[in-house]
Ligand binder design. Structure first.
Ligand code: NCD
Length: 318
Protein backbone atom coordinates (compact mmCIF):
# COMPACT_ATOMS: atom_id res chain seq x y z
CA UNK A 1 0.00 0.00 0.00
CA UNK A 2 1.37 3.39 -1.01
CA UNK A 3 1.42 5.95 1.79
CA UNK A 4 2.40 9.56 2.37
CA UNK A 5 5.88 8.81 3.63
CA UNK A 6 6.79 7.00 0.37
CA UNK A 7 7.04 10.46 -1.25
CA UNK A 8 9.05 12.24 1.43
CA UNK A 9 12.25 13.83 0.13
CA UNK A 10 11.94 12.27 -3.32
CA UNK A 11 13.06 13.73 -6.63
CA UNK A 12 10.75 13.92 -9.63
CA UNK A 13 13.08 13.25 -12.56
CA UNK A 14 11.15 10.91 -14.84
CA UNK A 15 7.52 9.88 -14.94
CA UNK A 16 8.83 6.31 -14.76
CA UNK A 17 9.89 7.04 -11.17
CA UNK A 18 6.22 6.57 -10.23
CA UNK A 19 4.21 3.39 -10.23
CA UNK A 20 0.57 3.45 -11.21
CA UNK A 21 -0.36 3.12 -7.52
CA UNK A 22 1.82 6.10 -6.61
CA UNK A 23 0.26 8.20 -9.37
CA UNK A 24 -3.20 7.27 -8.10
CA UNK A 25 -2.16 8.29 -4.58
CA UNK A 26 -0.97 11.65 -5.94
CA UNK A 27 -4.29 12.17 -7.73
CA UNK A 28 -6.13 11.37 -4.49
CA UNK A 29 -4.02 13.96 -2.65
CA UNK A 30 -4.71 16.46 -5.45
CA UNK A 31 -8.46 15.93 -5.04
CA UNK A 32 -8.25 16.51 -1.30
CA UNK A 33 -6.38 19.79 -1.81
CA UNK A 34 -8.56 20.96 -4.73
CA UNK A 35 -11.76 20.28 -2.79
CA UNK A 36 -10.65 22.06 0.36
CA UNK A 37 -7.58 24.23 -0.31
CA UNK A 38 -7.80 26.37 2.82
CA UNK A 39 -7.24 23.31 4.98
CA UNK A 40 -3.71 23.11 3.51
CA UNK A 41 -2.77 26.79 3.56
CA UNK A 42 -0.15 26.39 6.31
CA UNK A 43 0.95 22.84 5.59
CA UNK A 44 4.35 23.90 4.17
CA UNK A 45 5.02 26.96 6.31
CA UNK A 46 8.67 27.94 6.13
CA UNK A 47 9.60 25.68 3.18
CA UNK A 48 11.69 27.34 0.48
CA UNK A 49 12.03 26.38 -3.20
CA UNK A 50 14.85 27.58 -5.43
CA UNK A 51 13.85 27.93 -9.09
CA UNK A 52 16.45 27.13 -11.76
CA UNK A 53 14.71 28.05 -15.01
CA UNK A 54 17.27 28.13 -17.80
CA UNK A 55 14.45 28.00 -20.36
CA UNK A 56 11.35 30.16 -20.67
CA UNK A 57 8.25 29.18 -18.78
CA UNK A 58 4.85 30.63 -17.93
CA UNK A 59 2.65 27.81 -16.63
CA UNK A 60 5.21 25.57 -14.96
CA UNK A 61 6.99 28.44 -13.24
CA UNK A 62 3.86 30.28 -12.11
CA UNK A 63 1.89 27.21 -11.08
CA UNK A 64 4.81 26.07 -8.89
CA UNK A 65 5.00 29.59 -7.44
CA UNK A 66 1.27 29.60 -6.73
CA UNK A 67 1.39 26.07 -5.34
CA UNK A 68 4.16 26.65 -2.79
CA UNK A 69 2.81 30.08 -1.82
CA UNK A 70 -0.70 28.76 -1.20
CA UNK A 71 0.77 26.03 1.00
CA UNK A 72 2.58 28.61 3.14
CA UNK A 73 6.07 28.24 1.69
CA UNK A 74 8.18 30.45 -0.55
CA UNK A 75 9.56 30.35 -4.07
CA UNK A 76 12.73 32.44 -4.20
CA UNK A 77 12.85 35.30 -6.62
CA UNK A 78 15.93 34.01 -8.42
CA UNK A 79 16.64 34.26 -12.14
CA UNK A 80 19.36 31.79 -13.09
CA UNK A 81 19.72 33.59 -16.43
CA UNK A 82 21.19 36.62 -14.63
CA UNK A 83 23.33 34.54 -12.23
CA UNK A 84 27.08 33.89 -12.11
CA UNK A 85 26.52 31.16 -14.71
CA UNK A 86 27.01 34.11 -17.07
CA UNK A 87 30.49 34.63 -15.58
CA UNK A 88 31.37 31.06 -16.47
CA UNK A 89 30.40 29.30 -13.25
CA UNK A 90 29.36 25.71 -13.83
CA UNK A 91 25.95 24.31 -12.98
CA UNK A 92 27.72 21.93 -10.62
CA UNK A 93 29.34 24.72 -8.59
CA UNK A 94 26.08 26.67 -8.61
CA UNK A 95 24.19 23.73 -7.09
CA UNK A 96 26.99 22.94 -4.64
CA UNK A 97 26.80 26.53 -3.39
CA UNK A 98 23.02 26.93 -3.21
CA UNK A 99 22.57 23.66 -1.32
CA UNK A 100 24.65 25.13 1.52
CA UNK A 101 21.84 27.65 2.06
CA UNK A 102 19.60 24.67 2.87
CA UNK A 103 16.70 25.07 0.44
CA UNK A 104 13.91 22.50 0.58
CA UNK A 105 13.74 21.79 -3.16
CA UNK A 106 15.07 22.79 -6.57
CA UNK A 107 12.78 23.15 -9.58
CA UNK A 108 14.91 22.85 -12.71
CA UNK A 109 14.17 23.52 -16.36
CA UNK A 110 17.12 23.13 -18.72
CA UNK A 111 17.70 22.68 -22.44
CA UNK A 112 19.93 19.62 -21.95
CA UNK A 113 18.43 16.10 -21.88
CA UNK A 114 19.41 14.41 -18.62
CA UNK A 115 20.16 17.68 -16.79
CA UNK A 116 17.64 16.95 -14.01
CA UNK A 117 19.29 13.62 -13.23
CA UNK A 118 22.68 15.34 -13.35
CA UNK A 119 21.59 17.86 -10.72
CA UNK A 120 19.84 15.23 -8.59
CA UNK A 121 23.10 13.25 -8.49
CA UNK A 122 24.91 16.31 -7.10
CA UNK A 123 22.66 17.07 -4.16
CA UNK A 124 20.47 15.55 -1.47
CA UNK A 125 17.97 18.40 -1.87
CA UNK A 126 14.89 17.11 -3.77
CA UNK A 127 15.05 18.02 -7.47
CA UNK A 128 11.90 18.47 -9.54
CA UNK A 129 12.36 18.22 -13.29
CA UNK A 130 10.36 21.00 -14.92
CA UNK A 131 11.50 19.87 -18.39
CA UNK A 132 14.93 18.64 -19.51
CA UNK A 133 15.52 19.31 -23.20
CA UNK A 134 13.48 17.01 -25.41
CA UNK A 135 13.61 14.26 -22.82
CA UNK A 136 10.86 14.50 -20.19
CA UNK A 137 8.43 16.76 -18.39
CA UNK A 138 7.04 14.55 -15.62
CA UNK A 139 5.04 17.13 -13.66
CA UNK A 140 3.23 18.07 -16.88
CA UNK A 141 2.32 14.43 -17.35
CA UNK A 142 1.01 14.19 -13.80
CA UNK A 143 -1.35 17.08 -14.53
CA UNK A 144 -2.25 15.63 -17.93
CA UNK A 145 -3.16 12.24 -16.45
CA UNK A 146 -5.07 13.88 -13.61
CA UNK A 147 -7.04 15.89 -16.19
CA UNK A 148 -7.80 12.83 -18.33
CA UNK A 149 -9.03 10.98 -15.26
CA UNK A 150 -11.11 13.95 -14.16
CA UNK A 151 -12.73 14.10 -17.61
CA UNK A 152 -13.17 10.44 -18.42
CA UNK A 153 -13.37 8.90 -14.95
CA UNK A 154 -10.60 6.48 -15.91
CA UNK A 155 -7.45 6.10 -18.00
CA UNK A 156 -7.57 2.38 -18.82
CA UNK A 157 -8.86 1.53 -22.27
CA UNK A 158 -8.91 5.08 -23.67
CA UNK A 159 -8.21 6.03 -27.27
CA UNK A 160 -5.82 8.94 -27.20
CA UNK A 161 -4.53 10.90 -30.20
CA UNK A 162 -1.27 12.77 -29.70
CA UNK A 163 -0.34 15.26 -32.40
CA UNK A 164 2.46 17.61 -33.30
CA UNK A 165 6.17 17.62 -32.70
CA UNK A 166 6.64 14.15 -31.26
CA UNK A 167 10.40 14.19 -31.76
CA UNK A 168 11.25 17.19 -29.58
CA UNK A 169 8.03 17.44 -27.52
CA UNK A 170 9.07 16.22 -24.08
CA UNK A 171 5.52 16.28 -22.74
CA UNK A 172 4.53 13.64 -25.30
CA UNK A 173 7.46 11.42 -24.31
CA UNK A 174 6.49 11.43 -20.64
CA UNK A 175 2.79 11.01 -21.47
CA UNK A 176 3.28 7.91 -23.61
CA UNK A 177 5.54 6.37 -20.92
CA UNK A 178 2.91 6.99 -18.27
CA UNK A 179 0.07 5.60 -20.37
CA UNK A 180 2.00 2.37 -20.74
CA UNK A 181 1.33 1.82 -17.00
CA UNK A 182 -2.41 1.63 -17.72
CA UNK A 183 -4.34 -1.17 -19.40
CA UNK A 184 -5.39 -1.32 -23.04
CA UNK A 185 -4.80 2.28 -23.99
CA UNK A 186 -4.74 2.91 -27.71
CA UNK A 187 -2.34 5.66 -28.74
CA UNK A 188 -2.51 7.30 -32.16
CA UNK A 189 0.52 9.42 -33.00
CA UNK A 190 0.27 12.22 -35.60
CA UNK A 191 3.31 14.12 -36.76
CA UNK A 192 5.09 15.35 -39.84
CA UNK A 193 7.66 12.82 -41.08
CA UNK A 194 10.63 14.80 -39.80
CA UNK A 195 9.19 15.07 -36.27
CA UNK A 196 8.16 11.49 -35.54
CA UNK A 197 8.02 9.95 -32.08
CA UNK A 198 11.44 8.33 -31.31
CA UNK A 199 11.51 4.73 -32.60
CA UNK A 200 13.28 3.40 -29.52
CA UNK A 201 10.56 4.76 -27.28
CA UNK A 202 7.88 3.04 -29.37
CA UNK A 203 9.78 -0.25 -29.09
CA UNK A 204 10.12 0.23 -25.34
CA UNK A 205 6.35 0.53 -24.86
CA UNK A 206 4.90 -1.64 -27.59
CA UNK A 207 4.30 -4.64 -25.32
CA UNK A 208 2.17 -2.65 -22.90
CA UNK A 209 0.19 -0.30 -25.17
CA UNK A 210 -1.09 -0.19 -28.73
CA UNK A 211 0.72 2.54 -30.63
CA UNK A 212 -0.02 3.47 -34.25
CA UNK A 213 1.58 6.22 -36.32
CA UNK A 214 -0.27 8.46 -38.79
CA UNK A 215 0.35 11.47 -40.98
CA UNK A 216 -1.18 14.79 -39.93
CA UNK A 217 -3.67 14.59 -42.83
CA UNK A 218 -5.44 11.66 -41.14
CA UNK A 219 -6.13 13.57 -37.92
CA UNK A 220 -9.73 14.57 -38.66
CA UNK A 221 -10.73 11.03 -39.56
CA UNK A 222 -9.04 9.26 -36.63
CA UNK A 223 -10.19 11.62 -33.85
CA UNK A 224 -13.77 10.48 -34.53
CA UNK A 225 -12.80 7.28 -32.73
CA UNK A 226 -10.84 8.97 -29.94
CA UNK A 227 -11.66 10.12 -26.41
CA UNK A 228 -8.90 12.71 -26.18
CA UNK A 229 -6.74 14.67 -28.62
CA UNK A 230 -3.49 15.92 -27.09
CA UNK A 231 -2.16 18.69 -29.34
CA UNK A 232 1.36 20.08 -29.09
CA UNK A 233 3.23 22.88 -30.79
CA UNK A 234 6.20 22.48 -33.11
CA UNK A 235 9.33 23.02 -30.99
CA UNK A 236 11.22 25.17 -33.48
CA UNK A 237 13.74 26.27 -30.86
CA UNK A 238 14.95 22.66 -30.57
CA UNK A 239 15.68 22.15 -34.26
CA UNK A 240 19.39 21.42 -34.64
CA UNK A 241 21.71 24.04 -36.07
CA UNK A 242 22.19 23.68 -39.78
CA UNK A 243 18.82 21.98 -40.22
CA UNK A 244 16.51 23.93 -42.48
CA UNK A 245 13.69 23.81 -39.99
CA UNK A 246 12.10 27.05 -41.19
CA UNK A 247 11.45 25.59 -44.63
CA UNK A 248 10.03 22.40 -43.16
CA UNK A 249 7.97 24.39 -40.66
CA UNK A 250 6.43 26.53 -43.40
CA UNK A 251 5.49 23.39 -45.29
CA UNK A 252 3.48 21.88 -42.46
CA UNK A 253 2.15 24.88 -40.60
CA UNK A 254 -0.87 25.32 -42.89
CA UNK A 255 -1.94 21.70 -42.71
CA UNK A 256 -1.39 21.47 -38.96
CA UNK A 257 -4.16 23.75 -37.79
CA UNK A 258 -7.16 22.43 -35.87
CA UNK A 259 -10.38 24.23 -36.79
CA UNK A 260 -13.94 23.73 -35.40
CA UNK A 261 -15.09 22.15 -38.70
CA UNK A 262 -12.82 19.17 -37.98
CA UNK A 263 -14.74 18.39 -34.78
CA UNK A 264 -18.15 17.76 -36.34
CA UNK A 265 -18.16 14.01 -35.93
CA UNK A 266 -16.34 13.47 -32.64
CA UNK A 267 -17.89 11.70 -29.63
CA UNK A 268 -19.93 13.94 -27.29
CA UNK A 269 -17.39 13.38 -24.50
CA UNK A 270 -14.36 14.07 -26.74
CA UNK A 271 -11.88 16.61 -25.35
CA UNK A 272 -8.89 18.52 -26.70
CA UNK A 273 -5.90 18.99 -24.43
CA UNK A 274 -2.64 20.87 -24.96
CA UNK A 275 0.27 21.47 -22.56
CA UNK A 276 0.41 25.04 -23.96
CA UNK A 277 1.75 27.40 -25.18
CA UNK A 278 -0.44 27.20 -28.27
CA UNK A 279 1.05 28.80 -31.35
CA UNK A 280 -0.76 28.09 -34.62
CA UNK A 281 -1.92 24.51 -34.20
CA UNK A 282 -5.32 25.26 -32.61
CA UNK A 283 -7.49 27.95 -34.13
CA UNK A 284 -8.78 30.35 -31.45
CA UNK A 285 -12.33 29.58 -32.61
CA UNK A 286 -11.87 26.09 -31.11
CA UNK A 287 -11.68 27.69 -27.65
CA UNK A 288 -15.47 28.15 -27.74
CA UNK A 289 -16.09 24.49 -28.53
CA UNK A 290 -17.24 22.28 -25.64
CA UNK A 291 -14.39 19.99 -26.73
CA UNK A 292 -11.67 22.43 -25.64
CA UNK A 293 -10.20 21.78 -22.22
CA UNK A 294 -6.63 23.13 -22.37
CA UNK A 295 -7.07 26.07 -20.02
CA UNK A 296 -8.79 23.88 -17.40
CA UNK A 297 -5.90 21.46 -17.88
CA UNK A 298 -3.39 24.25 -17.18
CA UNK A 299 -5.37 25.11 -14.03
CA UNK A 300 -4.97 21.56 -12.80
CA UNK A 301 -1.20 22.12 -12.94
CA UNK A 302 -1.43 24.20 -9.81
CA UNK A 303 -3.43 21.57 -7.90
CA UNK A 304 -1.26 18.62 -8.89
CA UNK A 305 1.90 20.61 -8.07
CA UNK A 306 0.45 21.49 -4.67
CA UNK A 307 -0.01 17.75 -4.07
CA UNK A 308 3.54 16.96 -5.26
CA UNK A 309 5.07 19.60 -2.99
CA UNK A 310 2.85 18.64 -0.06
CA UNK A 311 3.98 15.03 -0.30
CA UNK A 312 7.66 15.56 -1.15
CA UNK A 313 8.25 18.31 1.42
CA UNK A 314 6.31 16.51 4.15
CA UNK A 315 3.26 18.74 4.50
CA UNK A 316 1.82 18.90 7.99
CA UNK A 317 -1.19 16.67 8.45
CA UNK A 318 -4.51 18.11 7.45
C1 NCD B 1 5.71 22.52 -22.44
C2 NCD B 1 7.21 22.37 -22.24
O1 NCD B 1 7.86 23.25 -21.71
O2 NCD B 1 7.69 21.32 -22.66
N1 NCD B 1 5.18 23.65 -21.77
C3 NCD B 1 4.69 23.53 -20.50
O3 NCD B 1 5.43 23.31 -19.57
N2 NCD B 1 3.36 23.59 -20.33
C4 NCD B 1 5.28 22.47 -23.84
C5 NCD B 1 5.89 23.38 -24.83
O4 NCD B 1 6.72 24.24 -24.53
O5 NCD B 1 5.53 23.26 -26.00
Amino acid sequence: MVCKKDFLGRDIISINDFSREELEYLFGQTNKIKQNPSKFFHSLDGKIIVPLFFENSTRTDLSFQMAITKLGGRFLDFDINTSSINKGETLRDTIKTIEKYEPDAFVLRHRQDGSAQFVADLTKVPVINAGDGKNEHPTQTILDLYTIRELMGKIDGLNIAIAGDLKYGRTTHSLVSALSNYNNCNIHLFSPDFLKFPKEKILEHQDSIQISEHGLSELEEVIRECDVLYMTRIQRERFPEGFDGEQEYKKIVKSYHLVPEMLKNVYPHFKIMHPLPRVEEIDVRVDKSPCSYYFEEAGNGMWTRMAELYLILGGKNE
